[in-house]
Design a protein around this ligand. Structure first.
Ligand code: 5GP
Ligand code: ZN
Length: 143
């Protein structure tokens, strides 16, 4: 796995080649304000080491990234007065990922802000959940 990608906009931001509003800067992670915020304080938390998608990260790298969340969420809520946040990770272009460097969106939320998902909840057909579980558990057992 590469440490940086010469064509990656987020690697360029961390290198200082593209300016950003830096929120957090540690040995393994960096956070900065999203340039096109869904709400004031919308922040992106990224690993220093370039990885395109979540499944390209080692478990330790993913854990190192996530460990910054509790404090970062508190800081963003305190600064913005938001009463909650959505933490999102668009993983793959089909899921809306545009920048191919793993990033966690932290989006401050307020009552009546009009943000939201099309959360089209469905149901499982008879036996579907069981056969699905078998495939997922089967995959996990081979790891
Ligand atoms: P994605 O759709 O990949 O999950 O989100 C990429 C995010 O990166 C978008 O919300 C977009 O506004 C943000 N973004 C893209 N380029 C830049 C940039 O050069 N600077 C900053 N601060 N944010 C960026
Ligand atoms: Zn990168």
């Amino acid at each position: 796995m590469m440490t940086t990608d010469a064509d990656c906009v987020f690697c360029k931001i961390m290198a200082g080649d593209i300016p950003s509003h830096r929120v957090l800067d540690t040995e393994d992670a960096y956070a900065f304000l999203d340039i096109a915020p869904l709400a004031s304080g919308h922040t992106l938390l990224i690993p220093r080491r370039h990885a395109r998608r979540m499944e390209d990260m080692t478990p330790d790298a993913a854990a190192s990234l996530a460990r910054h969340l509790p404090t970062l969420v508190q800081a963003i809520m305190s600064a913005t007065g938001a009463s909650g946040v959505n933490i999102l990770q668009n993983n793959g272009s089909v899921a809306g990922q545009v920048v191919d460097h793993v990033h966690l969106h932290i989006v401050p939320r307020r009552d009546g802000d009009g943000l939201g998902f099309r959360w089209n909840a469905g149901t499982y057909a008879a036996g579907e959940a069981e056969s699905l579980l078998e495939r997922i558990a089967g995959y996990l057992e081979t790891r």
